[in-house]
Write a protein that binds this ligand. Structure first.
Ligand code: GLU
Length: 426
């Protein structure tokens, strides 16, 4: 066959599932994983697709497509968010589910990996339509989810309110309140203090640990953040509090760059008021992918997947990357960045703060005993720092990138559980 055209090369580079499997294969090679376990772990265990009707405000019925995938449940119940996005696909949800398995294993919390998604642009729905869609989707995946089985959480374009609707729908069907059905709920209905900020807080904790390792002083670090949703905005605010200067930020419409630094709280207020970062006074406007290649020391990609690719990886100026998003870097870009000596803290470690506090929320719900925010943040910091140091030690001992070191740890833990449990039936 002739060589791939640039278009289909890009298409392949953009397949999240292909990326996830390639990363797993590399890790499996490194730990010499036995073929039996390899073929189990490189597939997802369950994939569920549903097409469901929703009554729109104008009386029409629209049919939406949704997915819930469970990659592995050997270390505990399946765990992972639900995203609403027009480009959600089964390919992507499978990859995200697999990454959740490794993420939970890297920070050593007793969950397996899952992910869900609905193909929808939530911005074109009214609040009532969004609620009807959510409640119907919750009913469709009701055959899979539950506190001992599979526990959803927020992800791209879903939040505490969406989680409250899912929890309420499941509780209505059960006949009593089942708060541990989902995490990331409002605190009024069993959510955990500190959960909203947890992913961004984990990113900032990892960034600080990486800066210390590299001998970078936070006060001398210029940061660029792509994505200004929950993860990007909280990471930016906490990094600013640590003394870093935030020089570029962006959302899906565009971004702002100022080499002298941007005031994060005012950016957050502006975005809340205007619905976008664009138009913020005090910086030059840049495109949504602008932060990826501006002059900075630390880059936090906290938007969607497949942002750092073979097309732009050689233009990255940062010396440190901390992945707030899931799957922001393609394997091709990974290689380029590694060759250029960029220190990269991978998604399955860097953004594990969210699921870690989800674990705390689930534990609190099951016991109906709630912790203070200080307690939550302290326990989160302890888990993230321990995981970072373990991954760093593996990377140094085995001369691996941080991504492969995190994979090696995670796959070893999951493989050990799978091995101990044995094959059923034998
Ligand atoms: N959606 C978040 C993630 O990708 C959180 C998942 C969870 O808390 O279950 O890690």
């Amino acid at each position: 066959m002739a060589t791939a055209t640039p278009t289909n090369r890009r298409g392949q580079e953009a397949s999240a599932w292909r990326t996830a499997q390639r990363q797993f294969d590399q890790a499996a090679d490194l730990i010499d994983l036995e073929p039996e376990l390899r073929c189990v772990l490189r597939e997802v265990q369950r994939e569920f697709t549903c097409h469901f009707p929703v009554r729109m405000d104008d009386g029409r019925v629209e049919v939406f497509t949704g997915y819930r995938v469970q990659h592995n449940i050997h270390r505990g119940p399946a765990k992972g968010g639900i995203r609403y996005h027009p480009e959600v696909s089964l390919d992507e949800v499978k990859a995200l589910a697999m990454w959740m398995t490794w993420k939970c294993a890297v920070v050593d919390i007793p969950f397996g990996g899952a992910k869900g998604g609905v193909v929808v642009d939530p911005r074109r729905l009214s609040l009532q339509e969004l609620e009807r869609l959510t409640r119907r989707f919750a009913t469709e995946i009701g055959v899979l989810i539950g506190p001992e089985r599979d526990i959803p959480a927020p992800d791209v374009n879903t939040d505490a309110r969406v989680m409250a609707w899912i929890m309420d729908t499941v509780s209505m069907h059960t006949g009593y309140s089942v708060p541990a059905t989902v995490t990331g709920k409002p605190v009024e209905v069993g959510g955990s203090l500190g959960r909203v900020e947890a992913t961004g807080r984990g990113v900032a904790i990892c960034a600080l640990a990486a800066m210390q390792h590299l001998g970078m002083r936070p006060h001398a670090v210029r940061v660029a953040v792509q994505g200004f949703g929950n993860v990007g905005s909280v990471s930016a605010r906490l990094l600013e509090e640590m003394g870093c200067s935030i020089v570029a930020v962006s959302d899906e419409y565009g971004g702002i760059h100022n080499p002298k630094g941007l005031p994060v709280r005012r950016l957050i207020e502006h975005r809340e008021r205007e619905g976008r970062l664009g138009g913020f006074p005090g910086g030059e406007e840049i495109p949504p992918d602008g932060p990826l290649t501006v002059d900075c020391d630390l880059l936090v990609p906290a938007a969607l997947g497949n942002q750092l690719t073979s097309r732009n990886a050689s233009e990255v100026r940062a010396r440190l990357i901390v992945e707030g998003a899931n799957g922001p870097t393609t394997p091709e870009a990974d290689e380029i960045l590694r060759d250029r000596g960029v220190f990269l803290v991978p998604d399955i470690l860097a953004n594990a703060g969210g699921v870690t506090v989800s674990y705390f929320e689930w534990v609190q719900d099951l016991q109906s005993f709630f912790w203070s925010e200080h307690e939550v943040n302290q326990k989160l910091r302890a888990i993230m720092q321990r995981a970072f140091q373990q991954v760093l030690a593996t990377s140094q001992e085995r001369h691996l990138s941080m991504r492969m070191a995190a994979y090696v740890q995670a796959v070893q833990r999951v493989a050990a559980a799978t091995r101990e449990r044995g094959l059923y039936p034998c």
